[in-house]
Structures are given as structure tokens and as C-alpha cells.
Design a protein around this ligand. Sequence first.
Ligand SMILES: Nc1ncnc2c1ncn2[C@@H]1O[C@H](COP(=O)(O)OP(=O)(O)O)[C@@H](O)[C@H]1O
Ligand SMILES: [Mg+2]
Length: 231
Amino acid sequence: MSFGRLKALSGVSIDLAQGVCTGLIGPNGSGKSTFVNCLSGLLHATEGSIAFEGKDVTRFSMRARAQAGLARNFQNLRLFEDLTVRENIAMSARLAGGWRRGSEAIVQDIARTFGLEHDVDARVGDLSWGHRRRVELARVLNGEPRYVLLDEPGAGLDLSERQRLPGIIADLTSRGVGTLVVDHDMALIARVCSRVLVLRQGQLIFDGTPAAAFKDAQVLECYLGERHASA
Ligand SMILES: Nc1ncnc2c1ncn2[C@@H]1O[C@H](COP(=O)(O)OP(=O)(O)O)[C@@H](O)[C@H]1O
Ligand SMILES: [Mg+2]
């Protein structure tokens, strides 16, 4: 994937499996969001191809990919600020084409999962950042995706809100959803992911278990900095 003369991603090839949580880590600017953007269809890769469940979706729009079962969040939230929490959650069902998920009972159930049951009638623009982040996750999951791409889902959350994340991600994995989680919190990645990918300057430098990643000299050097490399 190139932006003008900058090669933001090069030769990165991975397969994601259903029911597996994969972590994607790397320094700022290493290409993580670009990768998520290429997979989700927000960006169209300038080279290479993207297949989803055996079907080539390289030319599919983001919406067509969502309808095929591939959902994502955004590092910077994209919510309908003037609509209520309930309306935002119900909206995803329609966007994903799963009209059944718009039902009131299901929206209430999902709102409860994210601790939003007292806020369903609140206008999203009036909520705290942490609440909005939860609304966003609730909306992603309401579309009943088979694969979810989470770009820094913990960004801007306070500690107690972050503590909900492992449970939410583990729940998704146990329901058979394949997830790709981009996060700087190595403890979170180690806890919920069985596999971790490491990007450096647009190249995949590691693909293996979190335990092996934490022992890999290249990973330690690029991700944790010289402090660790020289230790
Ligand atoms: N729309 C864009 N236009 C030009 N350059 C971009 C664009 N998006 C990202 N980049 C560049 O691509 C590289 C990777 O960025 P990004 O994928 O956002 O990294 P990360 O999410 O790992 O921090 C960076 O050098 C960034 O400046
Ligand atoms: Mg990013």
C-alpha cells in the first residue's frame, strides 16, 4: 500500500481464522491502521489482494465487506452524535443488512453487555469519550460480524473501562468471531490473543505467539525501544 512515494505496507500477507484473536502491534506509523483500512475497504490497496472466506473482495467497498461479515471500529470514533445510543446501536444492524438485529430486545441486551443500559436514550454527543467508545463497540458487534477489526479499542478509555475489554474480546472469540486487535497494551494482547503480528515500517517482522514475540530480539528492539535491546 503506497501513499504517493511512501510505501506504508509492503509484502504483508496474513490469514485470519474464525474463532481466533490475533494481535497487531508495532510502533506509531508502522502501518497498523493502514493495514486495518485495507482489510476493511476504507482504503483500496494499491497492490496485492484481499480474500474473505475464499472470495476475492479486493474491489469490494467497505459496506459490501461489512455485509459479507467483516466489521471494524475506528481509532477516532465515527458515531452519529445527534442520535441516541439506541439509535446508534440499531443503525449497525441496518448497515450490515441484518434487519433482525434492530429489534428493541436485542439492542437492550447489547446495551447491557456494554454497561450502557441506563444510557440508551442519551444523545451520543452528550456522553463521555469512554461511553462513546463503548457505544461504538456495541454498534460493531450488533451487526453480527464473523470477523472484527479493532483499531485501538482501548484508546481514550479509563482504567475501569479498559478492564472490560478483555472480557468483550474473549467473548467474541468464544462465539467464533475472528478478531484482529491493534493495541499498545501488551498485557491486553498477551491475555486475549493466541497469535501476534508485529509491523515495523510497513513490513511484517514477526508472526507467532505472544510469548515468543516477547522473546524475539527484533520485536523487543523495535517495539520496546533501545532500553530493552541494550538490557
Ligand atoms: N492517508 C494517508 N496519506 C499519506 N500518508 C499516510 C496516510 N495514512 C497513513 N499514512 C502514513 O503511512 C504510515 C503508516 O501510518 P498508520 O497506518 O496510520 O500507522 P499506525 O497505525 O501503525 O500508527 C505513516 O508513515 C503515515 O504517516
Ligand atoms: Mg493507527
